[in-house]
Write a protein that binds this ligand. Structure first.
Ligand code: NG1
Ligand code: ZN
Length: 546
């Protein structure tokens, strides 16, 4: 009864804006910040319910990532630190569109029954609340708190401004019973980075101050947080630009750099010859680039290439550990898998398969990639846009620890032990909750150093096939239904045949279309042997869709 009246009262303070219908898309709810207060309140309730159900800490993040500063958004981190379980998404949709307090109460009641969430009696829970640097974040965080605390027994712990991956990391760590403050996060990253640097092959060890990386913080939360992290790193020089003085995501950031392929604000001719990297607005994406002399263009080193570098390094360490032929007696047959989406450049897939790796595809969206990667002992996933991470299975880590102890007692610092220690360090450096630009950056830097490679050498692993991405506005994007990890259109009937016929005209052509999960458009993607061919194929397929 008390619970009912609390909910009725608080909900009446958060009426829905008229005529707005939002949906929990690829990355939570996103809209103009002025429309979001009631949604964020309702997501607060949802996060609290999830926490009560799982008897674990849950996260709520307020961010619109790479979108413009006036937008905002909200997403929930599950107890594992990953995305909200997919079977809760329909509830997220109905809950956030329920205007009338009585309807909302009924929805919660029904859902709680179905999901066996004990609302009567001593329910307990905790939701960690984070937000990026958007000005609207503060009042939206208030709305979230109101929602969270409307469920009796649930506490809202406000972590203030932080990156999306930091919040996910904290949720994961808290539920593993580990210490999980922001400082613990920096400690874990810097310690494991130092450990990797310690096992760099001797010839490549010297630290050269001119060998720095220049990072574009997208004028978001990443810049200020990276300033803190970099102070703990002695073997790496990081110059942070766009730390928050300019407009968030405007002419800066990973999304801009990857899509436009031009120099972001704050970079110029003086940076030619240096490794540069861009984060996005909430610091969960990372791409590298270099600046070309006398041009405003950049050479992009995208998520596919970061993935390839990681895969190469991990495979090398595994080979050392288990012997090339996997014949070392006590070797554990570690399953290494790589997960991509149809947007991965075909040249990267070809390269990874050439390395002998198992490559699988999922639909677009981190939740799908992450889930697939978790099926392996070591699962590496990345989207071309720079979001990705590496997952290690508990049983593999256990074996690795054991192997390391065994090697310690026999031959000190053998090659094999170094490989084991490197892999253990990677498992701590990389954020296993979600893609994290900071751990990605440190791992790239450590691997380049390990290999003794320049960025140029890295970029030469393979050459991207020319590609084109277009958006087509349509009346109803949900009319397009795809299958096979979005590579084939099954509805409307006949379109796939037409696409096939068009694609066949281009040697080595590849093309697929799919409805976007974050914008009201159909996306067209093509690859071919020249830029002109990729463009022309994309244009003709776009007219088929129209
Ligand atoms: P949609 O709008 O569904 O294509 C985009 C990105 C995804 C992912 C989400 C979430 C592309 C082609 N799509 O999804 O990879 O990052 O946004 O932010 O880049
Ligand atoms: Zn992001």
């Amino acid at each position: 009864e008390q619970q009912r009246s609390i909910l009725l009262h608080s909900t009446s303070c958060f009426p829905l804006p008229p005529g707005v219908k939002l949906s929990y898309g690829t990355a939570g709810f996103r809209a103009d910040a002025s429309l979001l207060e009631s949604t964020v309140f309702r997501v607060g309730i949802l996060a609290a319910l999830r926490s009560v159900q799982t008897r674990s800490v849950v996260g709520l993040m307020i961010t619109a990532s790479h979108n413009q500063a006036s937008d905002n958004g909200v997403k929930v981190a599950d107890p594992s630190g990953g995305m909200l379980s997919q079977h809760w998404e329909p509830f997220a949709d109905t809950l956030s569109n329920a205007g009338d307090p009585n309807t909302l109460l009924q929805l919660i009641d029904d859902f709680a029954k179905k999901e066996k969430i004990p609302l009567e009696g001593a329910s307990e829970g905790e939701v960690l609340l984070g937000r990026d640097t958007r000005p609207s974040g503060e009042f939206l965080a208030e709305a979230a708190k109101q929602g969270i605390t409307s469920i009796m027994g649930v506490n809202a712990t406000d972590m203030g401004v932080m990156t999306t991956p930091q919040l996910h990391w904290m949720v994961r760590s808290r539920n593993k019973g580990m210490e999980a403050s922001e400082n613990n996060y920096y400690d874990q990253l810097s310690t494991s980075f130092r450990c990797l640097m310690e096992y760099i092959p001797k010839g490549n060890r010297n630290f050269n101050v001119n060998d720095k990386v220049i990072v574009d913080g997208a004028d978001g939360v990443g810049g200020e947080k990276l300033e803190i992290l970099k102070k703990l790193l002695s073997d790496l020089s990081i110059d942070v630009r766009n730390r928050g003085d300019g407009v968030l995501n405007e002419g800066v950031g990973a999304d801009f750099v990857q899509k436009e392929k031009i120099i972001p604000r704050g970079f110029g001719p003086a940076d030619v010859g240096f490794r540069c990297a861009s984060l996005d607005g909430d610091a969960d994406r990372l791409v590298y680039f270099s600046i070309e002399l006398n041009s405003n263009k950049i050479v992009l080193v995208d998520g596919d290439k970061i993935l390839s570098l990681f895969a190469l390094f991990i495979k090398e360490q595994l080979n050392i550990l288990t012997g090339e032929d996997g014949k070392v007696n006590e070797s554990y047959q570690a399953r290494l898998g790589v997960v991509q989406t149809a947007y991965a450049n075909g040249a990267s897939t070809y390269y990874l398969k050439q390395l002998g790796l198992e490559v699988v595809f999922t639909p677009t969206g981190v939740k799908y990639l992450h889930e697939k990667a978790s099926e392996y002992d070591i699962g590496i996933y990345f989207e071309a846009n720079g979001h990705g991470t590496i997952l290690f299975s508990e049983s593999f880590l256990c074996w690795l620890e054991g192997r390391n102890n065994e090697l310690t007692s026999t031959s000190k610092c053998s090659e094999q032990q170094e490989a084991a220690l490197r892999l253990l360090a990677v498992s701590k450096l990389i954020n296993q909750a979600v893609g994290d630009s900071f751990s990605g950056l440190l791992l790239v830097e450590a691997i380049l150093k390990h290999m003794g490679w320049s960025m140029f050498k890295w970029n030469e692993l393979y050459h991207d096939l020319p590609s084109r991405q277009l958006k087509v506005k349509v009346v109803d994007r949900t009319a397009v239904i795809t299958a096979n990890a979005e590579t084939v259109v099954v509805r409307p009937i006949g379109i796939q045949e037409a696409i096939n016929a068009e694609t066949a005209k281009y040697p080595h052509g590849r093309c697929f279309i799919r409805p976007s999960g974050t914008e009201d458009v159909i996306r067209v993607y093509t690859e071919a042997i020249s830029q002109e061919a990729a463009d022309s194929l994309a244009n003709s397929v776009a007219t088929l869709v129209d």
